[in-house]
Design a protein around this ligand. Structure first.
Ligand code: NAD
Ligand code: UDX
Length: 461
């Protein structure tokens, strides 16, 4: 039996450790955090994050071999393997502000591990980090004169929110990067052994440390690049009466391209894509590769353009003004099946509509509390309404911001009847039946598709 510790009980630390505990009943898994309220929530039935399937797994293992605690020092002292899953947000001050990763939480953790250890340990980077962070981590940890040795391993997490449990239970691959030294030949298998309890060996990939750290940034950059690519094409489709869904289907059937991550949308959100690409851009600048930096930066620029374009399209469709008009945004989460609103395009759309003096109503089944916190002072100018029918009542327009399955199944006849006419629907996720909505009477605007409105001839313009 090993004592596994995870520092950081967030969207990654909580679910990953719950799945490890479930699949490794012979290991004791403890998750610690500085945030006491979060730990209290992990110890309750009202978990701090919404993630399908998570509560069942927590129920199965909590109190058996899964523990959530605020006692960080004691748990460090007792641990054999320490996963570090603290947040690594974009730095907002000093050198590299706006692009580089802010590693202060990370470094604090390294120092705390060193202070509280009386035996050698394996330290696993679970957080997403700039390439070569492990070097700094090793220097801090091995700066002791107590004869302690720390092996630093990179084991980036590839789960996506909303499907975290499925992704962890059945990962495409588990990546483990280690130093090619003698002691790391011991450390690598120890980490791999944990996953081998449920992941087939051929999917456990071992590489050198730097390849592993960099692969995580590159994976996110490639995924986001596909979305920005199809979103760029969606703008061209809107000008040419091509349909972006048809284009995506046609190109996705080429096995060299593949069908995934080609859904045009109002833009990608989430805590990872923007942050990790900007970090990649910063690294390229740091290593004096300006052309490479500009190439990847464009993925983020295109995403910002897509968000802004969505609002511009709303304004021009609604006779060049949304001032004083009630606009109901359906969805606050950055994607379906999560309550997370970090970098959510919905919130960017809220900010832009408020700038235009619209009366914004925001609806979401799980994410309204996070949205309120993320909007800060602007939250006072927004109406938060969990019921989509109440949100749409008396609105000039509704806009789909998150692809919640329930939004495709709403009674749009009822919604249309309650709205100001002419009534508009803007589908930022292309999940609605546009022809049916048009026939109800809506003027329909989707991403990368010809609009269907009642102002010109038979609805096509
Ligand atoms: P999060 O903000 O949800 O959780 C991080 C937690 O770390 C917080 O609860 C915070 O209180 C805690 N923390 C910070 N400093 C601490 C300290 N010194 N001691 C103890 N706890 C401390 O972040 P997250 O979304 O779980 O992301 C964590 C890391 O994983 C990031 O590097 C992120 O890039 C990466 N990642 C995230 C996802 C995702 O989908 N969210 C996926 C893959 C990788
Ligand atoms: C992402 C990566 O997928 C995951 O591997 C990594 O570990 C963390 O970052 P996540 O941000 O949770 O996961 O969700 P993801 O499913 O990647 O979606 C990110 C954003 O892109 C969402 O806003 C989503 O709606 C959007 N998206 C996704 C599109 O707009 N179109 C697509 O085709 C796919």
């Amino acid at each position: 039996m090993s004592n596994i510790l995870c520092i950081g009980a967030g969207y990654v630390g909580g679910p990953t450790m719950a799945v490890i505990a479930k699949n490794c009943p012979h290991h004791r898994v403890t998750v610690v955090d500085i945030n006491e309220a979060k730990i209290a929530a992990w110890n309750s039935d009202d978990l701090p994050i919404y993630e399908p399937g998570l509560l069942d797994i927590v129920h199965a293992a909590r109190g058996r071999n899964l523990f959530f605690s605020n006692e960080i020092d004691r748990n460090i002292a007792e641990a054999d393997i320490i996963f570090v899953s603290v947040n690594t947000p974009t730095k907002h001050f000093g050198q590299g502000a706006g692009k580089a990763a802010d590693l202060q939480y990370w470094e604090k953790t390294a120092r705390q591990i060193l202070e509280n250890s009386s035996s050698s340990k394996i330290v696993v980077e679970k957080s997403t980090l700039p390439v070569r962070t492990a070097e700094a981590m090793e220097r801090i940890l091995n700066s002791n004169n107590r004869g302690l040795h720390f092996d630093v391993i990179s084991n980036p997490e590839f789960l996506a929110e909303g499907t975290a449990i499925r992704d962890m239970e059945n990962p495409d691959r588990v990546l483990i990067g280690g130093r090619e030294t003698e002691s790391c030949h011991i450390a690598d298998p120890a980490t791999a052994e944990i996953y081998a309890n449920w992941v087939p060996r051929e999917r456990i990939l071992t590489t050198n440390l730097w390849s592993s750290e960099l692969s995580k940034l590159v994976a996110n950059a490639f995924l986001a690049q596909r979305i920005s690519s199809i979103n760029a094409i969606s703008a061209l489709c809107e000008r040419t009466e091509a349909d972006v869904s048809e284009v995506a289907r046609a190109i996705g059937m080429d096995s060299r391209i593949g069908p995934k991550f080609l859904r045009a949308s109002v833009g990608f959100g989430g805590s990872c894509f923007r942050k990790d690409i900007l970090n990649l851009v910063y690294l390229c600048e740091y290593y004096n590769l300006p052309e490479v930096a500009r190439y990847w930066e464009q993925v983020v620029t295109m995403n910002e353009y897509q968000e802004k374009r969505f609002v511009s399209n709303m304004i021009s469709a609604m006779f060049n003004s949304v001032a004083g008009k009630r606009v109901a945004l359906l969805g606050a989460a950055f994607k379906a099946n999560t309550g997370d609103t970090r970098e959510s395009p919905a919130l960017e759309v809220v900010r832009e509509l408020l700038d235009e003096h619209a009366l914004v109503v925001l609806s979401d089944p799980y994410a309204l509390e996070n949205a309120r916190l993320d909007l800060g002072a602007l939250a006072d100018r927004v109406i938060f309404e969990p019921d989509p029918y109440a949100a749409a009542n008396s609105a000039h327009a509704i806009a789909i911001m998150t692809e919640w399955a329930d939004y495709a199944a709403l009674d749009y006849k009822r919604i249309f009847a309650s709205m100001v006419k002419p009534a508009f629907v803007f589908d930022g996720r292309n999940i609605l039946d546009h022809r049916a909505l048009y026939e109800i009477g809506f003027n329909v605007y989707a991403i990368g598709k010809p609009s269907l409105n009642h102002f010109i001839n038979n609805g096509n313009c």
